[in-house]
Design a protein around this ligand. Structure first.
Ligand SMILES: [Zn+2]
Length: 329
């Protein structure tokens, strides 16, 4: 096979043929399970299973380049992968269209009933990814899943992670250490169930899963790869077994959800305009939003906003207000 895996994937937006061996190397085999889906099976299995996903939103190319380079380096023998690993390039068709998705947001198609939905490309993709992950994960392994994204909206804190809602599990401090070592600035602890890919792997398999937002969306070839250096290093280190776990954090900022801002009616408006970056702070007493039902004012000087969108439907969530979270001792 002369081409690289990303090129093969872009040339095969759908692939319904049998799995095939991509490359046999000294310590294992790379096996193509479908378009954008390739598994590395080491000859000697460790107790860890790793999933790296990217391109769940097709136009978020930086992480796709990182993952494709890792696959290429395993293929060439430059990266000595020891972990049983599944690599996922989520949405090849949207990628070719340079769009976030084709018909609907793929990262809202997990951990829910898909049988009620029409089989558009994104839904079929979700079904295929769910099935491949289900075959991949074995019982009694330590499971890791990092779902890599970049964002359209500017952000005061460039790189951040969403920690899925897992009320029954203790906070995983080694994973927080990993996030800090990966150059992540902040973690937002989710407070509810979700239909994201990282929530799916977390709730269904007990995986240590995160949605990682790694900076700004760019086109292929235009990404500033230096800005991904730290995470690229830790992702490779995990595969090679050289990453040293660390359960202490010093710089990583932790946030919890404080208020879900709901749009109650058509008069809903924010006190700020759409260009306000994610993680912008409010001043004590500042008006955040208003409609006929509610006026929300900042309480203290530590609240910040993420994902503001005044154009959601009435009754839906228009923004999250977050505040610093303290870890239990
Ligand atoms: Zn994304």
């Amino acid at each position: 096979m002369e081409t690289d895996f990303l090129s093969w994937t872009r040339n095969n937006e759908t692939y319904n043929e049998q799995p095939f061996i991509w490359k046999e190397i000294h310590n294992g085999v790379l096996k193509v399970l479908g378009t954008g889906l390739i598994e590395f099976i080491p000859r000697t299995l460790t107790s860890t299973q790793v999933v790296y996903s990217c391109g769940i939103h097709g136009n978020e190319t930086g992480p796709i380049e990182i993952i494709n380079d890792i696959i290429s380096d395993i293929t060439s023998g430059d990266l000595n992968c020891i972990q049983h690993t599944l690599f996922i390039i989520g949405n090849p068709k949207a990628m070719n269209l340079e769009k976030r998705f084709c018909t609907e947001n793929l990262n809202r198609l997990f951990a829910r009933d898909l049988s009620v939905k029409d089989d558009n490309y994104d839904v079929l993709r979700a079904k295929e990814i769910i099935k491949v992950m289900d075959n991949f994960f074995k019982e009694d392994t330590t499971k890791i899943h990092y779902d890599l994204h970049t964002a359209i909206k500017p952000s005061e804190l460039q790189k951040f992670a969403i920690y899925p809602f897992t009320p029954d599990r203790a906070i995983d401090r080694e994973q927080l250490g990993f996030l800090e070592d990966s150059g992540i600035d902040a973690v937002v602890f989710s407070n509810s169930e979700a239909t994201t890919f990282s929530y799916h792997s977390s709730i269904k398999y007990g995986a240590s899963s995160f949605t990682l937002e790694l900076g700004k969306v760019q086109k292929f070839g235009e990404n500033d790869r230096a800005s991904f250096k730290e995470i690229e290093g830790t992702l490779r280190g995990i595969l090679e077994g050289t990453y040293k776990k660390n359960d202490s954090i010093s710089k990583l900022m932790l946030f919890e959800i404080n208020i879900e801002v709901i749009k109650h009616d058509d008069t809903f408006e924010f006190s700020f305009d759409n260009t306000l970056p994610n993680f912008s702070k409010f001043k004590d007493g500042q008006l955040i939003s208003k409609d006929r039902t509610d006026e929300i004012y900042a309480n203290g000087n530590e609240q910040r906003v993420i994902f503001p969108n005044p154009n959601v439907k009435v009754g839906e969530r228009a923004a999250l207000i977050i505040r610093p979270k303290r870890l239990p001792m």
